[in-house]
Design a protein around this ligand. Structure first.
Ligand SMILES: C[S@@+](CC[C@H](N)C(=O)[O-])C[C@H]1O[C@@H](n2cnc3c(N)ncnc32)[C@H](O)[C@@H]1O
Length: 234
């Protein structure tokens, strides 16, 4: 039995499979298995060495651990205590991002994993305001957004360690611009799924959302424009 009570799923989010499932439908077990990609390299090349870094929605530390190895001082935030118990070597904070108020500023605030595409615009704006609230003057916010055609390119799949990540379907929810994404994580010893709503956001709409939170795009860091460095506006 877990010492943590079961958390209420966020609207439109669901997950299946063995072990704990977070309110946004992620399986803790899956996130302990998924290998890290080039994310730490993208981050390290965009910010000063040794920076203090606030990672929002850190999960099981897939990116946290390589960032710590690169010398960043990481504070890792997640609303799932079951995810956070997998994080080693970082200061951890268990909280929804929307209401996070650490009374502290960081050189870098990281909002990865496409959380900025959350379907509810009030939640999205609250996520971005949390980034703005915690970034130091002269610091930066790194955001990972979806690729332009991701809502059209389904089904699609990729290998991940000894597993397979399949975006099985992306279906309209009835709300303009919002799709329900269904992912399958297939490993030799088990299968997990996550379903979540995603709001499509072109470049213009994304930049407008940043403006509303007191942030401005400084640079698109990757050719596909999925990684963005934003700066606080005074
Ligand atoms: C898709 S996982 C990604 C984890 C990690 N960023 C990675 O790339 O491995 C998303 C994580 O963000 C957390 N999360 C999602 N929305 C959140 C919110 N509004 N506040 C706090 N945590 C959130 C979930 O609990 C989950 O651990």
């Amino acid at each position: 039995m877990s010492e943590f009570p079961r958390q209420t799923p966020r609207e439109g989010h669901a997950g299946t499979g063995a072990g704990a499932i977070t309110p946004d439908g992620c399986a803790v077990e899956v996130y302990t298995r998924l290998p890290v990609g080039d994310e730490p390299d993208v981050i390290a090349s965009a910010v000063p060495a040794g920076a203090t870094l606030l990672e929002l929605g850190c999960g099981a530390g897939r990116m946290t651990h390589p960032l710590l190895e690169r010398g960043f001082a990481v504070t890792a935030v997640d609303e799932s205590p079951r995810m956070l118990e997998k994080v080693r070597g970082a200061r951890t904070v268990c909280s929804p991002i929307e209401t996070l108020d650490l009374d502290e500023r960081f050189d870098v605030v990281l909002l990865a994993s496409f959380l900025v595409h959350t379907a509810d615009v009030r939640v999205r704006d609250a996520l971005l305001r949390a980034c703005r609230r915690h970034v130091a003057d002269g610091g930066s916010v790194l955001i990972q957004r979806e690729g332009e055609d991701w809502h059209e390119r389904a089904p699609r799949e990729r290998r991940a360690g000894d597993g397979l990540v399949r975006i099985a379907s992306v279906q309209p929810t009835g709300e303009p611009g919002v799709s329900s994404v269904h992912c399958e994580y297939v490993f030799p010893d088990g299968t997990w799924t996550q379903t979540f709503p995603s709001r499509r956001m072109g470049r213009e709409e994304f930049e407008e959302a940043l403006t509303g939170a007191g942030l401005v795009v400084d640079a698109y860091l990757t050719e596909d424009r999925t990684w963005v460095r934003a700066l606080p506006v005074r």
